[in-house]
Design a protein around this ligand. Structure first.
Ligand SMILES: NC(=O)c1ccc[n+]([C@@H]2O[C@H](COP(=O)([O-])OP(=O)(O)OC[C@H]3O[C@@H](n4cnc5c(N)ncnc54)[C@H](O)[C@@H]3O)[C@@H](O)[C@H]2O)c1
Length: 340
């Protein structure tokens, strides 16, 4: 579909320039995109990114307190007629302080032809889905034969990661999980084990999980000062580590000595480095995750390579998934039309 026909298609259901569609989290979820659909959409976004067929400046942000951030995340993916911006916050202490999620946010989408806003929707669910999709696609590209996967952090992201990973790592036999909160591990097992056939086991400690798994991921907290919970001496050659919490959980020494340090966005990582999130310096980056998924750059070249693939989160994924949700909502008369 070209831009004009897309504009005309939207106009059949929405008076562009006069109204936009509002979708609550319940409505976003109610569209019912499956994990496989999210994986396919995320893959399309990563391929567009890898082929440089996108526009996405590095996130700009504001920081009311030292350990929190608000990010403005604009992106344009022409192949999907997806243009918009996510406005997202990360408050690591929200769960303990307010019993609120660390991450909440909104996504705004626009009509590419006229620029007018066409939708405003909750973005927490989209973030919760596209992030494990990125990890799972990276794992598939970098370590397709893995039989063991370890997940650190059993919150929103941890739960979804354990649900998603088996879609791409088809040979998985065991998933180890670890969280400082015992109840978070219990909840994950209770929620996810009935949905997947791969056995989920509670790790005794981070060392056991690190040493037991070929592929590891972490979604705990993002802090400027690394926690370095995964000690470098526990990490072996041949492992693949795919953090969602950047430089916090993994010992920065590991990222520096890895044979390949791959990131979703070089620009984003350089920006976080400037903001002080890599106090020991940004490791040498070999390429971007999307380039591997698109086949533009090589991923794993030998079984012995230690690979770290840090994915901070990219707006190209948000706007592509969000645009599909908007398309389905419009086609099915879901959501509330708000006057502009
Ligand atoms: N890269 C991305 O695209 C992306 C997207 C969304 C969220 N995130 C990040 O992922 C992280 C998790 O997000 P969430 O929404 O799942 O949060 P959450 O609060 O739901 O879950 C975090 C979990 O980590 C656990 N945890 C905290 N410190 C730990 C430690 N030292 N050892 C073991 N477990 C620990 C907590 O007990 C909690 O269960 C956050 O840092 C968030 O900023 C990244």
């Amino acid at each position: 579909m070209n831009f004009t026909s897309d504009h005309n298609w939207i106009s059949e259901s929405l008076e562009i320039g006069k109204e936009m569609l509002y979708l609550s989290q319940k409505e976003v979820l109610g569209i019912g995109l499956s994990e496989k659909e999210i994986l396919n959409l995320t893959k399309d976004a990563l391929i567009a990114h890898g082929k440089k067929e996108y526009e996405m400046p590095a996130k700009i942000g504001v920081h009311p307190f030292p350990e929190v951030f608000f990010h403005a995340m604009p992106a344009y993916v022409p192949s999907k007629q997806a243009v918009g911006a996510k406005w997202i916050e990360c408050y690591p202490n929200n769960p303990s302080k307010f019993q609120l999620p660390q991450t909440t946010g909104l996504l705004i989408l626009n009509d590419v032809s006229s620029g007018c806003p066409i939708a405003l929707m909750d973005s927490a669910w989209i973030t919760a889905m596209r992030t494990p999709a990125v990890t799972s696609l990276a794992a598939e590209a970098l370590h397709p034969d893995a039989e063991t996967f370890g997940m650190f952090g059993c919150g929103i992201q941890g739960i979804e990661h354990v649900k998603y990973i088996g879609h791409t790592l088809k040979k998985l036999k065991k998933i180890y999980i670890y969280d400082v909160r015992e109840e978070a591990m219990d909840r994950l097992i209770q929620e996810v084990q009935p949905k997947i056939s791969v056995e989920i086991v509670k790790g005794k400690n981070p060392e056991e999980v690190t040493k037991s798994c070929e592929v590891l991921s972490s979604a705990t907290v993002i802090l400027k000062e690394p926690l370095a919970v995964i000690k470098d001496e526990w990490v072996s050659r041949g492992q693949t580590i795919i953090p969602c919490d950047m430089n916090t959980f993994l010992d920065p020494v590991t990222s520096k000595r890895a044979d390949k340090y791959i990131v979703d966005s070089i620009e984003e990582h350089e920006l976080f480095d400037q903001m002080g999130y890599f106090p020991d310096g940004l490791p040498k980056i070999v390429c971007e995750t999307g380039e591997i998924i698109a086949g533009v750059k090589k991923g794993r070249e030998s079984k012995e390579e230690l690979i770290v693939c840090s994915n901070i989160g990219m707006a190209v994924c948000d706007v592509v998934v969000g645009r599909e949700i908007f398309n389905q909502a419009l086609a099915n008369n879901v959501g509330v039309k708000l006057t502009l």
